[in-house]
Design a binder for this molecule. Structure first.
Ligand code: MN
Length: 256
């Protein structure tokens, strides 16, 4: 097939570059913090089985423990009560895992205001400048937040609670119900703003997107290496039957 042969040649020649949008998974990978009355997700942890030793002389391997929503990960619709009867992570169709992406750069605004939220007006301005949002594709919100690699920097908590960027409730509702998008991708530990527990509704990206069978991608990095339009994302999560999400190795194909 000519298209795939051309793609292979473009990858070899560097005409198409593979950009890794995935944060490294370690015990120190930042994780979401919910209000203290709720259950909390786990840090990633390797548990060594053997390392060329008397537990296994010629091999090294580990078990690992992780939250489904730890590190760069994919939110399935059934993660939220609004999508509880919709797809689990294993049921996300494979052809949704290779999809176009556009990048909305709000990093300068977030640098000035960590509670910045993307609104309909920002999406309208993006469409006016770059054309329609991709049908069945991702909107990636470039906030610069991936430069924050520690738990404290990522959550950015003060006496009022966590402060990190996100999306307004009205905009999340529009993305979920009216836009052609498959989902949104963010640099923060969750798709919603740090203060979104106090929005109406609370956690609107989760409520509206997952409730409409759409998806979230979190803790992306290297978004500054993507063009505003034209990238293709490859986002395979683990096929955890019944799972609500999974760490994912997220790659972008970018034409140079
Ligand atoms: Mn999640």
């Amino acid at each position: 097939m000519a298209v795939l042969a051309d793609l292979v040649n473009a990858l070899r020649s560097g005409t198409v570059e593979v950009v890794d949008l995935t944060a490294p998974l370690t015990e120190d990978t930042p994780i979401l913090e919910l209000p203290e009355q709720f259950g909390q997700t786990a840090n990633f942890r390797l548990e060594e089985i053997s390392r060329y030793d008397d537990r296994g002389p010629a091999w090294y391997w580990n078990n690992f423990r992780t939250g489904e929503h730890t590190g760069t990960h994919f939110d399935a619709p059934n993660h939220w009560v609004s999508g509880k009867d919709l797809a689990d992570i294993a049921s996300v169709p494979a052809d949704h895992l290779v999809a176009p992406a556009v990048v909305l750069d709000v990093s300068a605004r977030v640098a000035a205001d960590p509670d910045f939220v993307v609104t309909r007006e920002h999406l309208d301005a993006f469409v006016a400048a770059h054309g329609p949002l991709p049908d069945g594709g991702w909107l990636l919100c470039r906030t610069g937040w991936s430069a924050r690699t520690t738990q404290a920097e990522m959550i950015n908590r003060d006496g009022d609670g966590p402060h990190s960027p996100g999306m307004s409730a009205d905009c999340a509702r529009w993305v979920a119900e009216e836009s052609p998008l498959l989902g949104i991708g963010v640099e923060t530990v969750g798709t919603d703003a740090g203060a979104a527990g106090g929005f109406d509704p609370a956690y609107p990206c989760h409520t509206f997107l997952l409730g409409n069978g759409k998806y979230g991608l979190t803790q992306l990095t290297n978004l500054h290496r993507l063009p505003a339009t034209g990238a293709v994302l490859i986002t395979p999560p683990l096929k955890i039957v019944g799972g609500s999400g999974s760490p994912a190795r997220v790659l972008a194909l970018v034409e140079r």
